[in-house]
Design a protein around this ligand. Structure first.
Ligand code: TZP
Ligand code: MG
Length: 208
């Protein structure tokens, strides 16, 4: 069963940083026990994205949530489980209308954005960037784990922390209240994606 309350490590594809390709990476992540995969692709043509998304969705099967970054149209075309949107993408209120009951994740950088995302129907929040990152050039100033604590005080939606996350700083992020962490470079720069994802999942569940 797909349930946002079960997510721990949140896997995001990155064709530029990948060593073995995104299809192999997603298979590895699923094998490692990851419960949510985001297809993130900024450069390809629509039809190629749709083809890739379809293929990745097959690897995710019936138990792993599959969401598409940025592109509501691609998500609908492949009947993905949902979409992840940033503040510069389609507005959350409009996206909710289009998506019906599909999962809607929204990146937030402060408490006001978090409140608005909740009000207009987000299902989970991506809090970003927790630490400095070079993977996303326009990620903005890092908010630290303090923002997770602040959001957690008044919002009950699952929180996915992203930006500069490593195995070493994951305990601090989970202690602050994140339900899940996403890490791109920390996983992609390894030759063994499956092992990295397994390690992250173990660390997330360890008593911290
Ligand atoms: N959104 C906010 S920060 C980020 C994205 C996609 C990049 C995270 O990459 P890394 O390598 O885990 O810092
Ligand atoms: Mg976006």
């Amino acid at each position: 069963m797909k349930n946002l309350n079960d997510i721990d490590f949140y896997f995001i594809t990155d064709a530029r940083l990948s060593k073995k390709g995104i299809f192999s990476d997603v298979e590895d992540a699923v094998c490692a026990g990851c419960r949510i995969v985001q297809y993130r692709e900024k450069a390809k043509k629509d039809e190629e994205m749709i083809e890739e998304a379809r293929k990745l969705m097959e690897s995710c099967g019936n138990n792993v949530i599959f969401v598409v970054n940025d592109r509501v149209d691609v998500a609908l075309a492949v009947d993905a489980d949902g979409v992840h949107l940033g503040q510069k993408d389609l507005d959350v209120a409009d996206a909710r209308k289009i998506l019906g009951r599909k999962i809607l994740g929204v990146t937030v950088h402060n408490l006001q954005e978090a409140r608005r995302a909740v009000e207009y129907g987000a299902d989970y929040l991506g809090v970003s960037p927790i630490f400095p990152t070079s993977t996303k050039s326009d990620a903005g100033k890092s908010c630290g784990t303090e923002l997770i604590e602040k959001i957690k005080e008044e919002i009950t939606l699952p929180i996915v922390a992203i930006g500069g996350i490593t195995k070493a700083n994951t305990p601090q992020v989970i202690r602050a209240g994140a339900n899940s962490v996403a890490a791109i470079s920390a996983v992609m720069c390894s030759d063994d994606v499956e092992k990295e994802v397994r390690d992250f999942i173990r660390i997330i569940h360890e008593r911290v």
